[in-house]
Ligand binder design. Structure first.
Ligand SMILES: Cc1cc2nc3c(=O)[nH]c(=O)nc-3n(C[C@H](O)[C@H](O)[C@H](O)COP(=O)(O)OP(=O)(O)OC[C@H]3O[C@@H](n4cnc5c(N)ncnc54)[C@H](O)[C@@H]3O)c2cc1C
Length: 504
């Protein structure tokens, strides 16, 4: 039985492990942390739950992701929470609810159209939402593995969306927002995602919500990871925790073994499911770098990775007012971190996952450009890091209190996790959590699954394609195995052909 070793036990590593086992390989996952999950995790501080990860799962009601969720066991015994609205956007004294009911959303947005230009742009937005409704999220086989006859089927399959995709992929969210004359609408479109991302991704996610194909969950993010771990172990997989891979031994374009500080591991095939930017920066020798990947990672202006700082607060049980799961609050002054000014702050609460003392955790996520990592590094070096974190936390809390003054006596700051925290925990490059391939500049929207130079190495993880969170991570884990099987098949065919040629 051929052996596969997977570096990294995040969702993509676990998924690759499961599909490796299902296809007759022996599979071992090597994870540097004391638990699997990677970014999809939860931790506690003073008994208060800190969980910035899963706030929505797309493809939860229909479509191609459902079989994958099932096969990896992710949603086993998980109660799905179907909020009536995706989020509420508070702009000055105005409230816009991104309702599941597209007609309600329409009524709300059209109220703020200043003129015919705004109306036309809104009409375009709702038309795109309809087009994206049945996003054929491709989970069958990676395109590189398709036979000529299958390519035709694939094109037919993605055709309905291709038109909408082409209309939006080359336009940034900022470009689209700037088409509006109404300030409210402009800020509405700028409120949800980094403004330099392609419009496709904003339309994509909203369309899933308004057509009832995205939900959230009544469990912690870590519980999803543990569900997949359970499945992997049940199928006979092996997990080695607390083992950090620090060295790759490569000879003649073949990965012979990988090493941690204490141990050496050997397999027939290897899957890298650690973050690709980190793998390139720390593990893979320059001579084996795919120049295209280097080019994308180096051009941080056009292809920025996005990192985050998330601030956790607790709201005590005496506060009886309704706490929404997801509020976006616009603040005129905003919060500046390095080069980024965030005018809309995202507050997410877990009213259905109470802490032991009956309190509710409230988390604010601030997206950052990758270059803002240096701000935190500098503060760490000059000894002002902790003070800065507290100042940031208090500002974020003040904006919330300003919107909901009655919460003032009931709210306190618990934790501020910066890009440095994420980097320490998951080795994600400079604390990044969103891929660089989501801007309008992409000539190609994915990296190779099979390593360009190392013949028995494959890549998984959210980093090798555009953003897409959990669906991307899980399907990319599966794709790594699909590609591996394809290459084995290809090698067999070439060998057979050679044999036939020789016997002629
Ligand atoms: C704040 C936040 C909010 C999010 N919200 C959502 C959401 O609402 N919906 C959604 O679908 N997705 C969301 N996501 C995205 C989702 O969590 C990720 O797509 C997914 O968890 C990434 O999995 P991965 O396996 O690709 O990478 P990772 O989780 O980064 O896994 C990489 C693993 O490799 C390990 N590793 C790294 N280096 C080594 C080494 N040298 N040796 C051994 N192990 C190593 C790490 O410890 C880690 O476990 C969110 C993510 C974050 C951070």
């Amino acid at each position: 039985m051929k052996k596969v070793i997977i570096i990294g036990g995040g969702l993509s590593g676990l998924s690759a492990g499961i599909y490796a086992l299902k296809n007759g390989f022996k599979a071992t996952i090597i994870e540097k942390n004391d638990e699997v999950g990677g970014l999809c995790t939860t931790w506690y501080k003073d008994g208060i739950m800190i969980d910035g990860c899963v706030h929505w799962i797309t493809g939860s009601s229909r479509g191609n992701m459902l079989p994958i969720y099932k096969e990896v066991g992710m949603l086993e015994d998980v109660k799905i929470f179907k909020p009536p609205f995706f989020y509420k956007f508070y702009y000055k004294d105005i409230e816009i609810e991104v309702s599941r009911d597209v007609n309600i959303l329409k009524d709300q947005l059209f109220k703020f159209a200043n003129d015919q230009v705004d109306k036309n742009n809104l009409n375009l937005f709702f038309k795109l939402l309809r087009r994206f409704k049945n996003i054929p999220f491709h989970t069958g086989k990676p395109v590189s593995c398709l036979k000529k006859t299958e390519v035709v089927g694939y094109i037919r399959y993605i055709a309905p969306m291709a038109l909408a995709w082409n209309k939006t992929i080359n336009m940034s969210i900022l470009d689209f927002a700037n088409l509006f004359n109404s300030d409210i609408l402009k800020h509405f479109f700028l409120s949800f995602m980094p403004s330099y991302y392609s419009l496709t991704y904003f339309v994509g996610i909203i369309s899933q919500f308004v057509t009832d194909n995205a939900d959230t969950i009544y469990v912690r993010s870590l519980d999803l990871s543990l569900n997949i771990k359970k499945k992997f172990l049940e199928l006979g997989g092996k997990i080695i925790l607390n083992e950090e891979i620090t060295k790759l031994n490569i000879e003649n374009n073949k990965l012979l073994s990988i090493e941690s500080n204490d141990n050496k591991f050997e397999a027939d095939y290897y899957i890298n499911a650690s973050p690709l930017p980190y793998f390139y920066d720390k593990l893979l020798d320059k001579e084996y770098h795919d120049k295209y990947v280097d080019y994308i990672f180096d051009d941080i202006e056009n292809y920025p990775l996005i990192s985050t700082v998330y601030i956790s607060m607790k709201i005590d049980k005496e506060y009886k007012e309704n706490i929404d799961h997801f509020n976006l609050i616009y603040d005129e002054e905003g919060i500046r971190v390095g080069s980024s000014i965030n005018n809309t702050l995202h507050y997410r609460a877990y009213p259905y996952l109470k802490n032991d003392d009956g309190s509710t955790t409230l988390i604010c996520l601030i997206d950052l450009h990758i270059k803002d990592y240096d701000v935190f590094k500098e503060k760490e070096n000059n000894g002002t890091y902790y003070q800065y974190k507290e100042e940031l936390g208090n500002k974020v809390m003040d904006i919330y209190i300003n919107k909901f003054p009655n919460v003032k006596k009931h709210i306190s700051l618990i934790d501020v996790a910066t890009p440095l925290s994420f980097e320490r925990k998951t080795y994600t490059y400079k604390g990044a959590y969103l891929s660089s391939l989501a801007t309008p500049f992409g000539e190609r929207k994915s990296f190779n699954i099979k390593d360009k130079y190392i013949n028995n190495l494959y890549h998984a993880g959210q980093w090798i394609t555009q953003i897409g969170g959990i669906p991307r991570s899980l399907s990319n884990g599966k794709f790594a195995i699909d590609e591996l099987l394809h290459q084995i098949e290809l090698a067999k065919r070439i060998k057979k052909q050679k044999k036939q040629n020789n016997s002629k």
